[in-house]
Ligand binder design. Sequence first.
Ligand code: ADP
Ligand code: MG
Length: 231
Amino acid sequence: MNAPVLEARSVTKSYGTTRALAAVGLTVERGESVAIMGASGSGKTTLLHVLAGIVRPDSGSVSFQPSSGEPVDVTGLAEGPRSRLRRERFGFVFQQGLLIPELTAVENVALAAMINGVARADAVARAASWMAALALSGLEERRIGELSGGQAQRVAIARAQVTGAELVFADEPTGALDSRTSREVMDALLWSTTGQGRTLLVVTHDPDVASRCSRIVAVRDGRIDMTEISA
Ligand code: ADP
Ligand code: MG
């Protein structure tokens, strides 16, 4: 069996007296799509952020196994290397794309690669090719405010992929979209991740989104509800 791509062990995280995560363990296999579901405030975003190395847990560990090379102890990394790991190996898609309104669509995508040291022309070429793959051809020069919600989310997906991310973390990526657009965005997200042998973790409230993933993990009061459902 393959080594898991991501493994969290007994992760806890409190904010003051609020226990956001209580001893959570989770193993993610390469190529899986995992939907994280649960009520508002149950700890989904905190879990995603801990798994992605955005938030350091109070205790427990997260380890990431890159497709080549040694496993990485995400929790043990200092801020600098952790942010580099996120930039180079992970991709992120949020509910609101968090795209830069002053830049064009293709510049938003290319920027993620340029931050990792890819030369501008190469980054723009890669960005344009991801945009084409996500049915965004012809929209390269639009500003973000000139895109529909679904188009903007696909730009955000292209941005998450342009660095060659092995793992993509999405937090309610369809939360602001109608059901048809939501389906199109999920098509794009699944095709660009698991469709390419990559791994997707997606927080969602939407049962239609969750049912398209290979596995559903339910979070309740900062714990994984062990009555785990397999889609
Ligand atoms: P979900 O994404 O499932 O809605 P969160 O992970 O955002 O839940 O939050 C889990 C709990 O932790 C909630 O009670 C929330 O209010 C609290 N929390 C999350 N982030 C912070 C923070 N930065 N500061 C204080 N409390 C927080
Ligand atoms: Mg949340």
